[in-house]
Design a protein around this ligand. Sequence first.
Ligand code: TXA
Ligand code: MG
Length: 357
Amino acid sequence: MNTRILKLDQENIDSDLLAEAGAVLRAGGLVAFPTETVYGLGGDGLQEEVSRKIYAAKGRPSDNPLIMHIGSMKAVDQIARNISRQARIAMRTFWPGPLTVILEKKEIVPDSTTGGLDTVAVRMPDNPITLALLRQTGIFMAGPSANSSGKPSPTTARHVLDDLDGKIDMILDGGAAALGIESTIVDFTMPVPTILRPGFITPAQLSRALAQPVELDPSVTEAGMLQQVRPRAPGMKYKHYAPRAELILVEGREPAAVTGKLQQLIAEARQQGHKVGVMTTVENRQQYPMADVVKCVGSRGKEATVAAGLYRILREFDETEVDIIYSEAFQQGELSQAIMNRLLKAAGHQMIDADRQ
Ligand code: TXA
Ligand code: MG
């Protein structure tokens, strides 16, 4: 299959190109689409066989349910039932935006899309191109992240092409994704709304909007991740986001302890003949002259830049010769939970405590 790339301008969306994408989707084809979080791999989520094609293109296990992307508030009632008042408040507050809600599903949603669950994940993405596509076609677009299973999620059309060239019909190129990590997933079918995947929308923002506390699924806390608690979002159990080289995180209370430990680890690994990469931050980039490759993911002072750069940097390491990567951990800011959730998975949960050794 020849994968077509259509370049679109967010400020001036070409409606003929959107109509072409819509026609491909209606015919059961696959179209990668830009969102504010990461690129998605879209298909008509109400066509039973389309989800199978999505799983096949990604090389993804089919027990892993897909998120349904919608363009209007009305659309949610067509695919979900018994929507709680809390869920409605969350949708009104954060949509369009990086929030996915888990709701009871209606019959119309095929089991192949939800991996056999009786719930469905729904999100209204905040990207003018994709919103226009959803509104113009009225399609319920099933869309996992548009990476090959196990690889870092794509934040540019180029990343999608690297993974899925020849396997999907079309890529809508709307430029780099602004946020860079996937949406916060909240389960509203639980007695207390529960975060199944941390993201840009933080627990504090959610509980403020809902005027009640929210819970965190034990699997997504750092302690739970290190103990590898079984997650309730089926897809969260897989190894994810991993670069080719071995990735090891280094945490510690004092920045100087972390950089010192990293310097020691780099020296040791090089002595053993490894080619060593370091993922660091603007603040510490000068600290590792002994490493073979140093990549700066963003600024500690502005954690959003770290989130935005994370997957791109992990992919860039695959283009280098390094066979081991050490990365500083992120444990301070509002987004650290979301960032560490991805980093710990990419590292296969390997983390060294600089304060202990
Ligand atoms: O930001 C995002 O959410 C991106 C963009 C493309 O919208 N999408 C995304 O999709 O990250 P994906 O498929 O890579 O991750 C969806 C996660 C998986 O971990 C899956 O198991 C979980 O959502 N999920 C989907 N439906 C669910 C359900 N009914 N109950 C619990 N977890 C669910
Ligand atoms: Mg994904």
